[in-house]
Design a protein around this ligand. Structure first.
Ligand SMILES: NC(=O)c1ccc[n+]([C@@H]2O[C@H](COP(=O)([O-])OP(=O)(O)OC[C@H]3O[C@@H](n4cnc5c(N)ncnc54)[C@H](O)[C@@H]3O)[C@@H](O)[C@H]2O)c1
Length: 259
């Protein structure tokens, strides 16, 4: 059995814990780490160090800041680290990969709220000319982001589709740490955070979080469009945790289909 520990019991962590508790072949829950005991949701809670000792895989479902704090300790202990706050890997991935390699650990990034990383990985084996992404979210899905606060953008005053941000994935993950992990995953699977571009739009009245991705290169052209139903957290689409559960299921499974 592969033992899985979860850090952060918000929307994603809770759904993953429940899925494991409901039964995933070859996988068992070792416990969770939370900031306050009341959020453990009835699952056994441990300190970070204890959770690492008890787990083969530690799932980060907290924040970029938390990931940066405990990620190296997980890898140094030779445990695999599954990352949801993917933007937190931008800038440290090479260093962490070296650490993981030295201790026989792996860093796992689920596709999360997007699709198409299988095609991106194939495309990357040849030359890629551009990767661009357009994200459209209801204004409340961008609330609280550092960029919105710093630029004093009044989301309530937006009445029509509005371009809020345009730039490299490397900048976007700092400007919107809880909103655009998907572009971080896209960039890490492809041509990197500096060359991957994103536009973020606020769209009043839109119910779903929409991502449109265009990859162009030697292989041809790949267009992907995803419309995500938000979870209990308006910033997080349901596909985010479903994707993480699927990745865990695959770790314990005998048959594997697709990359
Ligand atoms: N990869 C993707 O496609 C994708 C999609 C959506 C969200 N995310 C990211 O996944 C993360 C979790 O998302 P969510 O919707 O579950 O958020 P959430 O706000 O519902 O839950 C996060 C939880 O982590 C807890 N937490 C924060 N720091 C902690 C720490 N140091 N130790 C233990 N617990 C801690 C919080 O108290 C909270 O309960 C966020 O960073 C989010 O941006 C990734």
């Amino acid at each position: 059995m592969i033992t899985v520990g979860i850090v952060g019991m918000g929307v994603i962590g809770t759904h993953i814990a429940k899925a494991i508790a409901n039964g995933i072949h070859g996988i068992t829950l070792s416990g969770v780490t939370v900031r306050t005991a009341t959020t453990a949701g009835g699952f056994p809670a441990f300190s970070m160090n204890e959770l690492i000792q008890r787990s083969d895989v530690v799932v980060e479902a907290a924040t970029q800041a938390a990931l940066r704090e405990f990620g190296p300790a997980v890898l140094a202990a030779g445990r695999d680290l599954m990352v949801l706050s993917v933007g937190g890997l931008v800038g440290v991935l090479d260093e962490w990969a070296t650490l993981a390699d030295a201790h026989g650990a792996r860093i796992l990034v689920p596709s999360g709220a997007i699709a198409g990383l299988d095609g991106m990985k194939g495309a990357r084996e040849g030359a890629i000319t551009s990767v661009t992404m357009e994200t459209r979210k209801p204004p409340r899905g961008l609330a609280g982001a550092p960029y919105i606060v710093q630029q004093r953008i009044d989301l309530d005053a937006i009445e029509a589709e509005t371009l809020i941000f345009e730039g490299a994935a490397a900048e976007a993950v700092k400007a919107f740490p809880a909103n655009v992990n998907v572009v971080a995953a896209l960039s890490l699977a492809g041509i990197g955070p500096e060359r991957t571009r994103i536009k973020i739009f606020a769209v009043p009245g839109q119910e779903r979080n929409q991502h449109r991705i265009l990859i162009e290169g030697e292989f041809g052209r790949l267009r992907i469009e995803v419309e995500n139903v938000p979870s209990e957290n308006p910033r997080t689409g349901k596909l985010s945790y479903l994707s993480a559960i699927a990745m865990l299921r695959e770790r314990g499974a005998v048959v594997r289909v697709g990359n």
